[in-house]
Design a protein around this ligand. Structure first.
Ligand SMILES: Nc1ncnc2c1ncn2[C@@H]1O[C@H](COP(=O)(O)OP(=O)(O)OP(=O)(O)O)[C@@H](O)[C@H]1O
Length: 570
């Protein structure tokens, strides 16, 4: 609970308001008992008239109103505290997820991440909306009630002091179990969400391989596991409420017995005192019981906080960035002894190469040779584990992240298209005028495609760009690049599946781009390789040779074997 406590204390104003409200609440509870006892005592024993006790009735009504107001206000403060902390956690998680290295972000299931961000963060709500206000209220108000009881009758106070500690003791025992169970519950909820989204995304593959039934069972058992762990928590909650009720009932009974004997048999206390104490004791134990239930909810929140901290701790090796500006439009990228390792197995070996300002560079090699890894290192998505990426004479890590990415566009094999219109997908939030949009569309060779659609550029394409072919998606991504006009375009060419026409259109667009920028392509097509100014031939994580297609064909063993009959790189 430490992190959650710290975050609660950080909201000093609200924290102290809760204390003030609790002091007022304690006084109000005592005043309420006083007014009730005075009314009963005066009316039945003092034989006063109804008119004479009217001031007490008014006092009681005012006190009841203030009591309701105080309870409402402390609840509201708790809700506000919770909303501040929850939005803080969500912001941190979002920053952590978006700032993670590409390797860390690929790890884990998306559904699980969404569940942490939404459900797990929601779980901490009860710590602030229930536990914190109740803890302050119960401790402060119960002390005030205890002082009132002691002031009237010492032995009743003593019985309360002896029996009351059983409640916190019991709460501590319950609390130990609850946090663990709550962590288990959240883990199964996150796993369930992760599996669900994963299965939903891979539904087509599962259907095609006739395995959808198996996965239905996987989801079913995952959901049953979540149900069982929720029921486990509820079981503990019910047990804990029952026990708290039992302890407090016993304690109230003891005080009542003692007071009854003193009042009726020994006649040592007045009716006023006995009744006053008998009204306050249940209030005292009610506060402790409420604390017990709130404590249970608070422990569940601790489990959630632990899960969030775990998610925030998944740092991974990020690319580090500096504060330098990269204003120059001409960007020269130099790889100096650059190496990268995923930890075990494959490693990119010391790469030395200076890219030209403008032109087309192709990266070729067998599958698994390290082409994409090299592209990711150049893109700034992976931080080299050795050597430096030097940009315009300075280490790239010295530049601001935003500055670098302003100069780069990366067109992957499967570009992500958001749910929205084609225009929105091309602009990606940029404010663009119609003629710029038209030009980008023309250069990316999608004019015909756009014109064939019912609403032109305003046609809505589904989540993930459903309804468009792979080649069309890539051309939309190219249009993004034409609009952005970056200095460096990284292009992961599709391995297969493009018809001749689409291939030609893509090649045309890339050639157009290479007139004004540096285009680095992970190339799989002979045509791209032939038109490249220079080719980096990658073999086992090393640049084995550099040259034009002609040069490499005559001088490098293993280069020619890369090509299949159809002209595609294997
Ligand atoms: N996240 C990762 N963690 C560990 N190893 C990885 C990771 N990504 C890739 N690898 C390994 O690194 C090696 C190079 O992968 P890379 O994707 O760079 O190859 P490639 O030349 O682009 O292959 P292809 O043409 O098939 O896409 C492969 O052996 C691959 O298994």
């Amino acid at each position: 609970m430490n992190t959650l406590q710290k975050l609660a204390r950080a909201q000093k104003g609200r924290f102290y308001s809760l204390y003030s409200l609790s002091i007022a609440f304690g006084i109000i509870v005592v005043a309420q008992a006083y007014f009730i006892v005075s009314i009963v005592d005066d009316l039945f024993l003092g034989e006063k008239s109804f008119q004479q006790v009217i001031p007490f009735f008014i006092g009681l009504a005012v006190v009841l109103f203030i009591r309701a107001l105080l309870s409402y206000s402390s609840g509201q403060i708790g809700v506000k505290m919770a909303s501040v902390v929850k939005s803080e956690f969500r912001k941190k998680l979002l920053q952590a997820y978006s700032g993670q290295s590409i390797l860390t972000s690929y790890k884990g299931q998306s559904g699980k991440k969404v569940s942490v961000m939404l459900d797990t963060v929601d779980e901490i709500d009860s710590f602030y909306s229930k536990y914190v206000p109740q803890r302050i209220l119960s401790t402060v108000a119960s002390v005030i009630i205890l002082i009132a009881v002691f002031s009237q009758h010492f032995y009743s106070g003593l019985i309360i002091i002896i029996t009351a500690p059983f409640i916190p003791l019991f709460m501590a025992i319950i609390g130990m179990h609850t946090q663990k169970k709550s962590e288990e519950k959240l883990e199964s909820l996150n796993t369930f969400s992760g599996r669900f989204l994963d299965t939903l995304q891979g539904l087509t593959s599962l259907k095609l391989f006739g395995r959808s039934h198996h996965y239905k069972e996987v989801i079913r058992s995952s959901s049953l596991h979540f149900r069982d762990s929720t029921m486990d928590i509820l079981k503990v909650a019910f047990m804990s409420s029952l026990m708290l009720e039992f302890i407090s009932m016993l304690s109230i009974g003891l005080v009542a017995l003692e007071l009854g004997l003193r009042l009726v048999v020994f006649q040592q206390v007045s009716f006023f005192t006995a009744f006053f104490i008998l009204l306050l004791v249940p209030e005292f134990f009610h506060l402790l019981k409420e604390l017990g239930s709130a404590f249970h909810a608070g422990r569940s929140s601790s489990g959630a906080a632990a899960k969030i901290e775990e998610a925030l701790g998944e740092e991974g090796k990020k690319t580090s960035w500096g504060v330098e500006k990269l204003s120059n439009n001409r960007v020269e990228v130099k790889l100096q002894g650059v190496g990268f390792s995923y930890g075990e197995g494959f490693a990119l070996q010391k790469v030395d190469y200076t890219f030209p300002f403008i032109g087309q560079i192709a990266i070729v090699g067998r599958s698994g040779a390290g082409k994409t890894t090299l592209l990711h290192v150049v893109a700034g998505l992976l931080q080299p584990t050795e050597g430096d990426v030097v940009v315009n004479g300075k280490n790239r890590n010295d530049y601001e992240e935003k500055e670098w990415f302003q100069h780069v566009s990366y067109i992957t094999q499967h570009p992500y298209l958001f749910s929205g219109s084609i225009a929105e997908n091309i602009a990606l939030g940029l404010k663009v005028n119609d003629s710029d949009m038209e030009e980008a569309i023309k250069k990316a060779n999608i004019t015909e495609l756009v014109e064939s659609l019912p609403d032109g550029v305003n046609t809505v394409i589904g989540e993930g760009g459903r309804g468009l072919s792979g080649g069309e998606k890539q051309r939309i991504a190219l249009a993004r690049a034409f609009l952005k006009k970056p200095s460096i375009i990284l292009f992961d060419e599709p391995t297969s599946g493009l018809d001749l026409m689409t291939e030609k259109l893509l090649q045309q667009s890339i050639r157009e781009m290479a007139k004004h920028a540096l285009v680095i392509t992970v190339a799989h097509r002979l045509q791209t390789i032939k038109s490249a100014d220079q080719i980096l031939f990658v073999q086992n994580g090393e640049i084995a040779a550099i040259g034009t297609d002609e040069q490499l064909r005559t001088s490098v063993i293993g280069y020619e074997q890369l090509f299949k009959k159809g002209g595609e790189v294997q």
